[in-house]
Design a protein around this ligand. Structure first.
Ligand SMILES: *Cc1c(COP(=O)(O)O)cnc(C)c1O
Length: 417
């Protein structure tokens, strides 16, 4: 474990002493961020290759987003939806237009968008399909990640994330991801929806076969069930398109959005769909105190405007392809496999070269922040505003670390070398 300077060590110890231990942070204490760069308490600079778990698609403190936030902070920050404010209505219209849908239901976090999508799908099933009370079923995919509330972990296949938290929410059926035939076989008269990530996040990117989403959409349309796309991670440019569903030429019934909708500034998430589905939510049955708040709405409006008026989604695809090509050519034997979808990569590390956590700590020492995607995979998720020069800076350093890891491997295999 790297040694921290005294002030940083004090803060780390403080968090470990008084903070709940539901994370295991890398030993670095950050104080500033700008674009793709962050700075720690001791003045060291790092390339942020995690980008707030894809919440920082626009980088740290994007000027347009910060200005929108400042302007709003100086006027009005919270109304609750018991009153109108002058930002939320505009956001609804702009986000609906952006997604090609009619209605926007705002929440705060990604998992609340998921929870809301599940509630809407169930109520739609009872009201529109006439399903008997409490019989609605939602199909999910093995290996899913939909957040950390009880309902979101109920259909999870992550044993560690579930252990000790039962009893769970019933009403889910799990099928293998990427397998349209298995999905078709799982549909019955009580099925109301399939909840799916177009590209899976957990251990991901896990990319399904090219025709998978189209098959899913077709099954949904034939059996009159809802296609609910969890695009909390993939949405808003990360995969090289505005929505990852575009890779399969598919329009889901419901988009679940979060993460970079709030530009890394204000937590805001949304469920976006058409009125025939969304209007099952009448007054007084669902909501959240901070939902639709003018601060989050103003930031999300700026984020959407930036996405519409820039080429960030195309850049995401081009930069991701560039990173994958360089790594494939130069990474050497420590990397067993490179997976890439837009500016979202995972490197599967040969166990002989160390664990993903080991590599992440070495990357940290060389000025790159990222985290493991699993025990042997490291995640590379730079902000979409990364320039080619910045990306190459990061890759140059990363390749040195991977080269050293490969050397350790060779030495371990042949100590005489
Ligand atoms: C991050 C994430 C969530 C949960 O979002 P939170 O804001 O952390 O609650 C849900 N689904 C996917 C695919 C995610 O990546």
């Amino acid at each position: 474990m790297r040694k921290l300077e005294e002030r940083s060590e004090r803060l780390r110890a403080l968090e470990l002493a008084y903070g709940a231990r539901n994370y295991d942070p890398l030993p670095v204490v950050l104080t500033h961020g700008q674009g793709v760069w962050v700075e720690d308490l001791d003045g060291n600079r790092y390339f942020d290759a995690l980008a707030g778990a894809s919440a920082l698609n626009f980088g740290h403190r994007h000027p347009r987003l910060v200005e929108a936030a400042h302007r709003q902070l100086d006027r009005l920050t919270l109304t609750t939806r018991h009153f109108h404010n002058d930002q939320f209505p505009e956001l609804c219209a702009e986000l609906a237009e952006f997604a090609g849908k009619q209605r926007v239901l705002p929440m705060n976090t990604g998992v609340e968008a998921v929870e809301t999508g599940i509630k809407i799908a169930r109520k739609w099933g009872y009201e529109y399909k006439g399903i008997a009370p409490d019989k609605a079923r939602i199909i999910v995919c093995e290996g899913n990640f939909h957040g950390r509330t009880l309902t979101a972990i109920s259909p999870s296949s992550d044993a560690r994330g579930r252990a000790g938290f039962g009893p769970f929410t019933p009403g889910f059926v799990t099928v293998p991801f990427g397998d349209a035939a298995a999905l078709r076989a799982a549909v019955d008269d009580n099925t109301v929806a399939i909840l799916v990530e177009p590209v899976q996040y957990q251990r991901g990117p896990r990319i399904p076969p090219a025709d998978y989403l189209a098959h899913v959409a077709q099954i949904c349309s034939v059996h009159d069930i809802l296609l609910v796309a969890d695009e909390v991670w993939t949405g808003l440019g990360r995969t090289g398109r505005h929505f990852a569903c575009e890779h399969g030429n598919v329009e889901p019934d419901i988009y679940l959005l979060g993460k970079s909708l709030g530009g890394g500034i204000a937590p805001i998430s949304a469920v976006v769909g058409n009125e025939n589905v969304m209007d099952v939510m009448g007054p007084g049955i669902h909501g959240s105190t901070y939902s639709g708040n003018p601060l989050g709405s103003a930031v999300a409006r700026a984020a959407l405007a930036e996405l519409r008026e820039s080429d960030l989604a195309e850049r995401s695809g081009a930069l991701g392809a560039r990173a994958a090509a360089r790594l494939a050519a130069e990474a050497g034997p420590a990397v067993q496999q490179i997976r890439q979808c837009g500016l979202w990569l995972a490197l599967d590390i040969d166990p002989a070269a160390g664990t993903a956590r080991d590599v992440c700590e070495r990357l940290l020492d060389s000025g790159i922040l990222t985290t493991p995607a699993s025990a042997q995979a490291i995640r590379i998720v730079p902000p979409l505003v990364t320039t080619t020069e910045e990306l190459d800076w990061m890759l140059d350093r990363m390749l040195i670390v991977l080269d050293e890891a490969a050397r350790h491997m060779r030495e371990a295999a042949d100590p005489a070398m």
